[in-house]
Design a protein around this ligand. Structure first.
Ligand code: HEM
Length: 493
């Protein structure tokens, strides 16, 4: 590496915190509360800093301007992904979120966008509304398990729009259960430190019976499950005749119409197989953040309720066509993403060429993190940033001024920006609006404090690995009125 740097540039690395003489900044990388630590470092070093350990350079971008310059304007060299050996060993390299920047990624992403663009997503509005209403019914019947019901909501929604598959009871739907296990194995396998093979890919070549190589067996089991969710569900959906649109049929029709040259037969099946995995963790974190924010801020919740009542009334659930008329709900929705960015550093990008930014050297192969946490806590843009305050996205006349979906930093950056954001955006907005319209979320009424009430700061309710997650907490969830119960129970025609 030293020779390459000498050859290309005498420029210094971006500001770097002092590190250990051998281990470099390993302690900064393995810090327990990374978002606070990097926020501190950003305060010391400014819009960009650099840390390195064991030969790996990590560049952290702390302003929207720096992120825009590198991820968007220079996207040709900042759109790669660092590789996890375990992802490949488990067969999860079919997930284009992890693919290297290149032809295979491009073809997958193009196909995915074809079925997840705003026009196509709007075909699924009735499914979104139906599954959300089902979720509300579950909340009425079993409010304590509000969080577990989210998994079912997301699962049943994705299975329906992708495969036109109506999900069976929990634990009894072979297709969904396999998808869930494959997803959980992927999440655990990419947690830093879980498997040494991620840091030392050469281990992947060793036989599984060697001590320390248990990852081989885990990877093999997962690969079998991943293989099982690629082929069969797709073929089944392809051969089922239905008037409901689903991703499989949309893809098949456009392939038959000659819309896709140069794609392999497996690609459409692969993008369908990853849909739940790429949906579930991030979406459930945003929903958790909503519950925490609403539990802690009854006045804000009531204000949103009043807005919905005055625009929509109490005799039906809000729909996506009401969205523009509900600026406070929109602002609240946006504030959830700002207040607790679900993927605080986005998914890591990596660079494919040496570069210079503002006089600093960024070597090829660096991991580049967009520090969404610090960006969303920029005091110049967001006064009192740790306060949950939807008003910050409203003008003094109460009009929404928060920008369109692509301005949501929580969806990431540049060419790797979340490919499912239109589906996520409409689903999550509608979910929030329907909950706000019918239910009141509050602290538990039995007076027993739970972990959330014992925290020094409510921010600590969320811990993060790659994606943030809340600690377990309870809330009381009750219908707003008799009308609410009726609307939730009402079967739509
Ligand atoms: C609120 C929910 C969601 C959030 C916060 C979210 C966030 C993100 C983020 C931060 C990235 C990485 C962007 C980057 O590298 O800069 C990403 C990538 C991705 N997301 Fe989402 N996502 C959500 C829901 C979804 C849904 C519902 C889908 C699919 C239906 C989806 C599909 C994807 C895919 C396929 C990628 C990989 C894109 C690529 O590498 O080219 N996401 N998402």
């Amino acid at each position: 590496f030293r020779t390459r740097r000498k050859r290309l540039s005498p420029a210094p690395y971006p500001p770097t915190p002092p590190g250990h003489f051998l281990l470099g900044n390993l302690r900064d990388i393995q810090h327990k509360t990374l978002r606070y630590h990097y926020d501190e470092l950003a305060k010391t070093y400014g819009e960009i800093f650099h840390i390195s350990a064991l030969g790996q350079h990590i560049i952290v971008l702390n302003t929207e301007e720096a992120a825009y310059e590198l991820f968007t304007r220079r996207s040709a060299i900042y759109s790669d992904r660092p590789q996890f050996a375990m992802v490949d060993l488990m067969g999860w390299d079919i997930n284009f979120g992890f693919m290297k920047y290149g032809e295979r990624w491009r073809a997958h992403r193009r196909l995915f966008q074809q079925v997840m663009n705003p026009q196509t997503v709007s075909k699924f509005r009735h499914v979104q509304a139906e599954k959300i209403q089902e979720y509300l019914r579950r909340l009425l019947d079993d409010p304590e398990n509000f969080s577990e019901h989210v998994e079912r909501l997301l699962g049943s929604l994705v299975m329906k729009i992708v495969y036109n598959h109506e999900m069976g009871e929990h634990g009894k739907d072979a297709q969904f259960d396999a998808t869930l296990v494959a997803t959980q194995n992927l999440s655990s396998a990419i947690l830093p430190g879980t498997w040494l093979v991620n840091s030392f890919p050469i281990l992947g070549n060793l036989p599984g019976w060697l001590p320390g190589c248990q990852f081989q067996a885990f990877a093999k089991r997962t690969r079998e499950i991943v293989d099982s969710i690629i082929e069969d569900p797709y073929e089944k959906a392809k051969n089922t005749i239905s008037s409901d649109p689903c991703l499989v049929m949309i893809l098949e029709n456009s392939i038959a119409a000659g819309g896709h040259k140069n794609i392999k037969e497996s690609y459409p099946k692969e993008i369908c197989a990853v849909a739940f995995t790429v949906t579930s963790e991030t979406s459930s974190t945003v929903i958790e953040a909503f519950y925490v924010a609403m539990r802690q801020n009854p006045d804000i919740q009531d204000k949103a309720y009043r807005e919905i009542m005055s625009v929509v009334g109490s005799e039906r659930l809000p729909g996506l066509s009401d969205r523009a008329a509900l600026p406070y709900v929109e602002a609240l929705y946006r504030e959830v993403f700002r207040w607790m960015p679900p993927v605080p550093f986005s998914l890591p990008h990596s660079s494919t060429a040496d570069d210079i930014y503002k006089g600093y050297f960024i070597p090829k192969g660096s991991i580049i993190l967009g520090n969404g946490w610090t960006m969303m806590n920029n005091e110049e843009k967001y006064t009192k940033p740790r306060q949950f305050m939807p008003e910050r996205f409203l003008t003094s006349e109460g009009r929404y001024n928060g920008g369109d979906i692509d301005s949501i930093i929580g969806f990431g950056f540049g060419r790797r920006i979340c490919a499912g954001r239109h589906f996520a955006d409409t689903t999550i907005w509608l979910l929030f609006a329907c909950i706000l319209a019918t239910l009141r979320i509050a602290k538990p009424e039995d007076g027993v404090l739970d972990e959330l009430d014992k925290l020094d700061s409510i921010d600590d309710a969320f811990v993060h690995a790659l994606v943030a997650h809340s600690i377990a907490f309870r809330c009381s969830i009750k219908p707003r009125s008799l009308d609410s119960v009726e609307v939730i129970r009402q079967i739509s025609e």
